[in-house]
Design a protein around this ligand. Structure first.
Ligand SMILES: C[S@@+](CC[C@H](N)C(=O)[O-])C[C@H]1O[C@@H](n2cnc3c(N)ncnc32)[C@H](O)[C@@H]1O
Length: 300
């Protein structure tokens, strides 16, 4: 087996394993393969008699996973995790014991200059997880009415300067269409009043997040997945979700409140300890919630 080439460090690895309570022989879906770190851990825990199904929207993640996790009990599917039932149908699997979703963006995607996820990338502002599906972000920022852009930036980025940013985008694109991530980040920085002390995060963070959520329809995928996953969990099955911002975490929290479907295993979200945050700063905003299928739930 090859050494992992992924730049991504999996968050909350021990907590994922303990909340999913994996046993040898189980069937598990990892709905967000990414760099394959969690999948590798899950595959070790289920052992040779079990199976992990590694799903990702990003064909590059699937290709790397298939190459680097060869020899482990893992099958791969390039798909949206809201289509887990269809993926299981294709594998002739009725129900699984565990599902993990670690939503958002991987460090490999961030580092890939051709995808536009990073503020200083000279690649096109694409921001799609699956580069073959939907509309790239550069097209959206060049065509949408400023009012609609402002709504997206406000709703999905919780950005208080959304109107100013949208007005600036509209003015800049009249002279020349916006193409690269770096150009776009510059436009945003120019639209936001200088703050003292300087903010802890890059001023373009919220707007990039908003556009990424919009082009990938991330909240819609998560909402649908949370509704459909219980129909394919075995009795006593468990779901764990790691999210990185409040919009996602709210969806998970609300879904797990439904006691007809879920026994909530995490009253408050599990967060990374100081050690992990020191080793992997990305883990600072990770929130893990887990739930077990309630008795009698899960019928289609
Ligand atoms: C935070 S990374 C996952 C990292 C992974 N757990 C690991 O240990 O390396 C998130 C991954 O989920 C994928 N993704 C995001 N939304 C998705 C969706 N709706 N369906 C399938 N994959 C998705 C992204 O393409 C990305 O590769």
């Amino acid at each position: 087996m090859r050494e992992p080439s992924s730049l991504h460090t999996s968050v909350l690895p021990a907590e994922v394993l303990s909340h999913l309570a994996i046993e040898p022989g189980m069937r598990v879906v990892d709905g967000t393969l990414g760099g394959g770190g969690h999948t590798r851990l899950l595959a070790g825990a289920v052992g040779p008699g079990g199976l992990v199904i590694g799903i990702d929207r990003d064909p590059a993640a699937i290709e790397r996973g298939a190459r680097e996790l060869a020899g482990l009990p893992v099958r791969f599917a390039q798909a949206n995790f809201c289509d887990i039932p269809e993926v299981l149908d294709a594998l002739s699997i009725d129900r699984v014991d565990r599902v993990l979703l670690d939503v958002g963006l991987s460090s490999d995607q961030l580092a890939d200059d051709t995808r536009g996820f990073s503020f200083d990338s000279d690649g096109p502002l694409d921001l799609r997880f699956d580069p073959t599906e939907g509309e790239p972000a550069w097209r959206l920022v060049n065509r949408m009415r400023p009012e609609s852009l402002a709504d997206i930036i406000h709703e999905f980025g919780e950005e208080r300067f959304s109107r100013r940013i949208a007005r600036r985008i509209a003015a800049v694109r009249e002279r020349q269409p916006i193409r690269t991530a770096r150009d776009f980040a510059r436009v945003i920085v120019g639209a936001i009043p200088r703050q003292t002390p300087p903010p802890r995060i890059h001023p373009a963070t919220r707007t990039f997040q908003a556009l990424r959520i919009a082009v990938n329809q991330e909240l819609k995928s998560l909402r649908i997945a949370l509704q459909r996953i219980p129909t394919r969990l075995a009795p006593g099955g468990r779901l764990a979700v790691i999210s990185f911002h409040s919009l996602e975490d709210r969806l998970v929290k609300e879904a797990f409140r439904n006691r007809q479907t879920w026994d909530n295993l995490t009253r408050s979200p599990v967060e990374a300890g100081d050690d992990e945050v020191l080793r992997n700063p990305r883990s600072r905003s990770a929130k893990l919630r887990a739930a077990a299928l309630a008795a009698g739930a899960g019928a289609e």
